[in-house]
Design a protein around this ligand. Structure first.
Ligand code: UD1
Ligand code: UDP
Length: 375
């Protein structure tokens, strides 16, 4: 079977690493290498993320095979970026004969690939299917709803994702809860992140809060970002300094409004800014942190994987299980609700808090391949 995997953005590299490794392991069995069950994976990188520390570092650290195609599309408005990807992915899909398109998550790269394949009648497998924020203001919500409705295989990370699909009338045997590929990645790379030597060790305060912010809802309006930074600074003064690797979207906004963001620069003692981290350093920082404050989807889950409480500075989350389990607090961006939750978190004994298994058996990659080769 010949598969085209399409990736483009940071979290997709992490997810694809897990399935690519499962494909490699599957093929390495002698019986498979020459049989019809052999999986030939080609990787296409759209170039949605392109900075060294947003792209190459993930391929290196996670040993993802070098992409067979790199479209180098880069940044742009949603229409421009998605449109250019659609045109170029269609060319690749018609140049070679693929049995399946494999896509991850909810970025513009995901949607462009799904649109291109669906018009060519190439079956689509969507990993991380069924997630919903029920907020159509989020570009990701549009991308995931459309991709799910175009897909033949819907590999869900959680039971609630399966339910969301059933509620939308997608109720086929190909809707399968395989668990979360990001959980598998977190387990697989956990030890490596702690044992390798990294210069990050010298830059992290002894105790710290880890923060990331990159959603348009937090970064499109400078007033909102400034207010979030002020909240983080207050948290830094009252609890622990905040270590904040900056997504380029966030960094660019701050850079182009330098005066407006005033004291939020390299000399701020309470909010310590950093370039985006590589995946292994990021896991290391997550593990060493006291708690995590974020608007990221992936980082919310990683907080749980590494037993850290998390404040989600958004008005909703797709990862409702984390909230039900009591490890994730969805606060929105109001100062008072964030400060209230910080106090609650700091008074709780997290070592004793139950951590139910929510994201599968750490064999999502294998389950995906097993299902696909049964085609
Ligand atoms: C994208 C995804 C989002 C995901 C995030 C992961 C969409 C609609 N959004 O958001 O779902 O959570 O990736 O990080 O697909 N930039 C650089 N260098 C880079 C990449 C981006 O400078 O390597 C800057 C550019 O100014 C760009 C901006 O960041 O305009 C935003 O990048 P883009 O890929 O459009 O969206 P993200 O916010 O990264
Ligand atoms: N990540 C990273 N370095 C960073 C920030 C995030 O390696 O500086 C990783 C993080 O560990 C997770 C993924 O990137 O695996 C999440 O990506 P992001 O927050 O950009 O996107 P989202 O998950 O919200 O779509």
């Amino acid at each position: 079977m010949k598969i085209l995997t399409v990736v483009g953005a940071r979290p997709q590299f992490v997810k694809a690493a897990v399935v690519s490794r499962a494909i490699k392991n599957h093929n390495s069995s002698n019986a498979i290498s020459s049989s019809k069950y052999h999986v030939d994976e080609k990787i296409l990188h759209t170039g949605q993320h392109y900075d060294e520390n947003m792209s190459d570092v993930f391929f290196e650290e996670l040993a993802i095979p070098k992409p067979d195609y790199n479209l180098a599309i880069g940044s742009g408005t949603h229409g421009l970026q998605t449109g250019q990807m659609l045109i170029e992915i269609e060319k690749v899909l018609t140049r070679e004969e693929f049995d399946l398109l494999l896509v991850y998550g909810d970025t513009n790269s995901t949607l462009a690939a799904a649109l291109a394949a669906s018009k060519l009648n190439i079956p689509i497998a969507h990993v991380e299917a069924g997630l919903r924020s029920f907020n159509r203001q989020m570009p990701e919500e549009i991308n995931r709803v459309l991709t799910d409705h175009l897909s033949k295989w819907l590999f869900c990370p959680t039971g609630s994702a399966v339910k969301n699909l059933i509620n939308e009338g997608i109720n086929t045997p190909n809707v399968i809860n395989v668990g979360d590929v990001m959980y598998d990645a977190a387990l697989f790379y956990s030890k490596m992140s702690l044992t390798r030597r990294s210069e990050l060790t010298d830059r992290l305060p002894e105790k710290f809060i880890l923060a990331t912010v990159h959603r348009p809802a937090s970064t499109d309006d400078p007033k909102i970002l400034l207010s979030l930074l002020e909240i983080l600074e207050e948290a830094g003064k009252k609890y622990f300094p905040v270590f904040f690797p900056l997504h380029p979207r966030t960094k660019n906004l701050m850079k182009s409004n330098n005066d407006y963001f005033g004291r939020f620069n390299e000399s701020n003692k309470y909010v310590i800014f950093s370039e985006p981290l590589g995946y292994l350093d990021m896991i290391f920082a997550e593990k060493k942190s006291e708690l995590i404050m974020t608007d990221s989807g992936g980082v919310q889950k990683e907080a749980y994987f590494h037993s850290k409480p998390c404040i989600t500075m958004r008005s909703e989350t797709e990862w409702v299980e984390l909230v039900e389990a009591g490890w994730n607090y969805v606060t929105g961006i109001s100062r008072d609700s964030i400060m209230n939750v910080l106090q609650k978190i700091s008074n709780k004994d997290w070592q004793a808090a139950p951590r139910p298994s929510l994201f599968g058996n750490s064999d999502a990659g294998e389950m995906i391949i097993k299902n696909l080769i049964a085609i």
